[in-house]
Design a protein around this ligand. Structure first.
Ligand code: OOG
Ligand code: NI
Length: 463
């Protein structure tokens, strides 16, 4: 029998092999990430594993896919449900992006600590919004919806196997093999000719709309390894002659703790694709949609911590407008040094980040009673705090990654009111609750506190 986490790990590994064959620069990215991780581990020892064991980090990937309709998203949810992955978080990239990115998104990922430690594979999943009149007029909307309704992204056999894996939490080996084969195939780049005129019609609105709704299949858009030093990775990739986007998105490089998520990518590459012209002939062309991304993960922030992060983004924007000739990452570093607590301890004390708490094996054994507040327990050596790693995404960074890889700005008519979507709407569309990331981190923190309280006989004292 193959369990859900084994299916998840195998799917992530096979998808990575497949993407490496399709996009060779991705293989370089994975190799350079591995080299950087080994160097960091050698230089820092155990500290390098503070936010995840090296085996977790080495295998860790996120993918990105894009679908067209709620029905397709539901099917995606069934496939990832088989792998023990749940929809977490609601991202509205229409608002986060300045150019035309007509999608809303969630991320499918494992949610409990043990499952994350086994394999944290996650997939950022976006759905097109044809009902948003800022991007699509009535005529284009109806043509698009008809086109999307007429395609099948996932074969029924795959979905049936997925439902079984989800219900039984495992699959017999032979079925597991078939499931993995079909699932990986569903995300390969199709060789079927693309209708050139239709693709270009959508491209005028948005390159993302064309990538999603201009073809009869889906594909993995990028795959992202995790790296322990993203600044070093950026230098080494550039040295190897791979053209990276201009910046590293997210928090700046600074002396304090790593928080949330820093990401960068290499530019989307022109890939040969067969195109069908209006007279019916098939010509070879090239489309530029797929890329490779890399990320460094830090500590998960609480709502208050996240509000501070968002506030600092605004401050950095203001500084950048005042000093157009100064490097943005320099400005960001200065802002952070002024406003962001510089130690994990301070982040915890101010309630800005999430930690799990563990009774220290070397706690006082002189018969004294432990103090009853978590900060004193930590200060006096009774309890150790371990940072909880951020498992989610950042809308502004995601929009930045989308935009830096688009061929054109697209068009967007802000005179229209945008169609409204939120997490509740998305839950209804998927037929499954879209979970709140903050609630998940908080649960993890609270259950560690409850365990500490039990072990130290402090029941009723700690949250
Ligand atoms: C998804 C972009 C978002 C990330 O890491 O923030 C993303 C896409 O390009 O489809 O993957
Ligand atoms: Ni990504």
């Amino acid at each position: 029998m193959t369990s859900q986490w084994q299916l998840r790990a195998a799917f992530a590994a096979r998808l990575s092999d497949m993407y490496g064959r399709e996009v060779p620069a991705y293989t370089t990215l994975v190799e350079v990430s591995r080299e950087v991780n080994e160097d960091v581990l050698r230089a820092q020892g155990a500290d390098a594993e503070r936010l995840g064991s090296i085996s977790r980090v080495t295998a860790e990937r996120h993918g990105a896919i894009r679908v067209g309709t709620p029905q397709e998203l539901q099917q995606v949810a069934r496939i990832f449900g088989a792998l023990g992955m749940h929809p977490v978080g609601f991202y509205d990239l229409r608002e986060a992006a300045t150019s035309a990115v007509p999608v809303i998104s969630t991320a499918f990922r494992p949610i409990d600590g043990e499952e994350l430690a086994r394999n944290p594979f996650r997939v950022f999943t976006s759905m097109l919004t044809p009902a948003d009149p800022r991007f699509f007029d009535d005529d284009l909307r109806s043509r698009l919806e008809t086109f999307l309704a007429g395609r099948e992204l996932f074969p029924p056999e795959l979905l049936a196997l997925a439902d079984r894996a989800k219900a039984e939490k495992e699959l017999p080996q032979e079925d597991a093999e078939r499931f993995l084969q079909l699932a990986v195939e569903a995300f390969e780049l199709s060789t079927e000719p693309v209708d050139k005129a239709w693709y270009e019609t959508l491209e005028q609105v948005s390159a993302v709309a064309a990538d999603i709704g201009g073809v009869r299949s889906t594909h993995i858009n990028h795959l992202t390894p995790r790296v322990l030093d993203i600044d070093e990775l950026y230098r080494r990739m550039t040295e190897r002659g791979i053209e990276m986007i201009d910046t590293i998105q997210g928090p700046p490089a600074w002396k304090g703790p790593d928080v949330l998520l820093r990401q960068t990518s290499f530019r989307a590459l022109a890939e040969p694709r067969a195109l069908r012209t209006p007279d019916g002939s098939v010509v070879s062309g090239a489309l530029r949609v797929r890329f490779g991304e890399v990320e460094a993960r830090g500590i998960a922030l609480t709502r208050e911590g996240r509000a501070l992060y968002d506030h600092l983004l605004t401050l950095v924007d203001q500084q950048a407008a005042l000093h157009p000739h100064t490097d943005r990452s320099e400005l960001a570093r200065t802002v952070w040094e002024e406003h962001m607590p510089a130690t994990e301890h301070e982040l915890a004390a101010q309630g800005l980040a999430y930690f799990t708490y563990h009774v220290a094996p070397d706690r006082p054994r002189d018969g004294s009673r432990p103090p009853t507040s978590i900060s004193e327990l930590v200060e006096q050596g009774w309890v150790r705090a371990e940072p909880i790693v951020y498992e989610d995404f950042l809308p502004r960074s995601a929009a930045g990654i989308f935009q830096s890889n688009l061929s054109g700005e697209g068009t967007r008519n802000n005179a229209h009111e945008g169609a409204a979507y939120d997490a509740a709407w998305l839950s209804g569309a998927i037929g499954r609750d879209v979970l709140d990331p903050f609630a998940l981190y908080e649960q993890q923190q609270n259950s560690s506190l409850a365990r500490v309280a039990r072990e130290l006989g402090l029941d009723g004292f700690l949250g």
